[in-house]
Design a protein around this ligand. Structure first.
Ligand code: KIV
Length: 273
């Protein structure tokens, strides 16, 4: 077995992602919120780890992404950064830390970069967050955009169904994507939009697109790790492929442990001093 020293591993950068798009190599991105999981995902070869504000749902049990705070995101992000040798680590700017106030957007982004050691930030929206993006970029902080179903706007949408099915919304999304590219964003998440539109956007802009429920023609794919591993149980959107059923695996292992403790089967002679 070969052991990597930190210096042996070539880090993924925003430039790597651009080269991958140009070479037609797909980008594999997953979410991560803690050190132990980040280590496993990084060792498995994932290119990008997103410290998503989905931590609000997955880690804290909230119904939406809105309650998570900047301090909580920084805690998750710094844990992930410590677990990673190769992957690019991107952190979501949480709700209320960048909209409508570009100075606050810059301050929030600087805190994330300084206090967590992450490599880039992501934020939701198009034209309405243009000024915030411009200001964050002036500090040399790489920014990833996010269009389509943007969960921080769930109370505006009223539903988690597919976005931009109608021509007017699709046209607006394409315009926003081009604007994000021209502003200097290094990538763009496209969430839950028709595959044909995601393909059109991906071919119309130079920066890589990462899809979640956007079909096969985006430049990469992202899933929430707990969904992909089957840790979350009751979430079955069409775009989700489960690669394991860890809820059941963990439940069975835990039940076996409980049985062994109660029956005095654990610990054995060999498991004590
Ligand atoms: O917060 C998150 O996990 C995300 C992904 C779904 C793209 O933004």
């Amino acid at each position: 077995m070969s052991v990597h020293k930190a210096s042996d591993v070539k880090r993924v950068t925003t430039h790597t992602l651009q080269s991958m798009k140009e070479a037609g190599e797909k980008i594999a991105m997953l979410t991560a919120y803690d050190y132990s999981t980040a280590r496993i995902l990084d060792a498995a070869g994932v290119d990008v780890l997103l410290v998503g504000d989905s931590a609000s749902n997955v880690m804290a049990g909230h119904e939406t992404t809105l309650p998570i705070t900047l301090d909580q995101m920084i805690y998750h992000a710094s844990s992930v950064v410590r677990g990673v040798q190769r992957a690019l680590v991107i952190v979501d700017l949480p709700f209320g830390t960048y909209q409508g106030d570009s100075k606050m957007a810059l301050k929030s982004s600087i805190r994330i970069m300084k206090e967590s050691g992450a490599h880039a930030v992501k934020l939701e929206g198009g034209q309405e967050v243009e000024e915030s993006i411009r200001r964050i970029l002036t500090a040399g902080i790489p920014v990833m955009g996010h269009l389509g179903l943007t969960p921080q706007s769930i109370y505006k949408f009223g539903t988690y169904t597919v976005r931009a099915k109608q021509e007017a919304e699709a046209r607006r999304l394409l315009k926003d994507a081009k604007m994000l590219d021209e502003l200097g964003c290094f990538g763009l998440v496209l969430e839950k939009i028709p595959a044909a539109l995601a393909k059109r956007v991906s071919r119309s802009i130079d920066i890589p697109t990462i899809g979640i429920g956007g079909g096969a023609d985006t430049d990469g794919q992202v899933l929430v790790t707990q969904d992909m591993l089957g840790i979350t149980k009751d979430f079955h959107p069409r775009f989700l492929r489960r690669y394991a059923e860890l809820f059941d695996v963990i439940k069975e292992a835990t039940a076996a442990y409980v049985r062994d403790v109660k029956s005095r089967e654990f610990p054995s002679e060999e498991e004590q001093y």
